[in-house]
Design a protein around this ligand. Structure first.
Ligand SMILES: [Mg+2]
Length: 311
């Protein structure tokens, strides 16, 4: 998948691709405040929290994608990270003792497309809430840790047949409702009502709830912003983050997300970790930022603090 249309929209990026920046050498980075982090945009307690986590021996930076690195998009496959987010992620991933992971509800296939993930990318991908994982080339799990594969399930075939049946049933019953979209997913299906009227949205969700309750009561149900999702795999972002923490041997975790499913991960964070909520809504996160642009700025501060601590 080409990334040309996205990068073409980044005005400061026409001459040099983000990846050409040398994150270990702040002077080589293209941003305005090269020598010191741009801390003015954040409260002092946020900067203090970033400073603490930047000094951890082994840092895991785990990020949701939609609504966190990328603004939410009416056409889901057109979601892309902000250019500033792309730059911050590349810079973090290039630092020593620092692993960046995307932890998304998207299927691996879709996540690779929207994240514009190159074969040799250093970013660790966890799709389908962690039920599908793709470590970067050459990734060595920490001692004692295992990378579990989604393909190992023994009863997958029966569940896949049920998935196809329920997807077809949901499409035939609800896809004619204006603004409703039934999304086929690797381990189930999703129901999107972002573009439907509130009454239609509620009716469709009640209908698919009833369908799944009757025929697949053992499936996991998750809700998000104008979406409900049903899956035969029960992994959540909590288990995804726990697995990443173990595999990377991280001594501290930075996690950012914008939605209900991200709260599962945020609730697992300990005293030495740092959780960030992007956008509004109830959250257990310590730090709140307004949108993906603000998160990219926060990540940029983390890049600079981490680069200093690792040099
Ligand atoms: Mg999200």
């Amino acid at each position: 998948m080409t990334n040309a249309p996205h990068n073409a929209a980044a005005p400061h990026n026409a001459a040099a691709p983000h990846n050409a920046a040398a994150p270990n050498n702040p002077a080589a980075r293209g941003n305005a405040a090269d020598s010191a982090p741009d801390t003015a945009a954040f409260p002092p307690e946020t900067i203090a929290a970033l400073e603490t986590i930047a000094h951890t021996p082994k840092l895991l930076v785990a990020l949701d994608f939609d609504g966190t690195l990328s603004p939410l998009h009416d056409a889901p496959m057109e979601a892309r990270s902000t250019p500033e987010g792309v730059a911050a992620v590349a810079a973090l991933a290039a630092l020593p003792n620092t692993v960046v992971a995307f932890v998304s509800g998207r299927s691996m296939n879709d996540l690779r497309i929207i994240a514009e993930h190159a074969e040799d990318s250093p970013v660790y991908l966890a799709g389908s809430h962690g039920a599908e994982v793709r470590p970067p080339e050459g990734f060595e799990p920490a001692v004692g840790a295992e990378i579990t594969s989604a393909e190992a399930e023994s009863d997958a075939a029966a569940e896949e047949a049920l998935r196809d049946e329920l997807y077809e049933a949901a499409v035939s019953q609800f896809s004619a409702v204006p603004g409703a979209w039934i999304e086929p997913k690797r381990f189930g299906f999703g129901v999107h009502v972002r573009l439907a009227s509130p009454a239609d949205g509620e009716a469709v969700m009640a209908g698919t709830d009833a369908l799944v309750a009757e025929r697949a009561p053992h499936w996991r149900r998750r809700t998000g912003k104008n979406i409900v999702e049903y899956a035969f795999r029960h992994e959540g972002k909590d288990t995804a983050l726990a697995a990443l923490r173990e595999q990377t041997g991280a001594t501290a975790v930075f996690f950012a997300g914008d939605d209900v499913t991200d709260e599962d991960a945020l609730r697992t964070l300990g005293a030495g970790d740092l959780g960030v909520r992007v956008g509004g809504g109830e959250s257990v996160a310590k730090v709140h930022v307004s949108d993906p642009e603000a998160l990219a700025q926060l990540l940029d501060v983390l890049v600079r603090l981490r680069a200093t601590s690792q040099s």
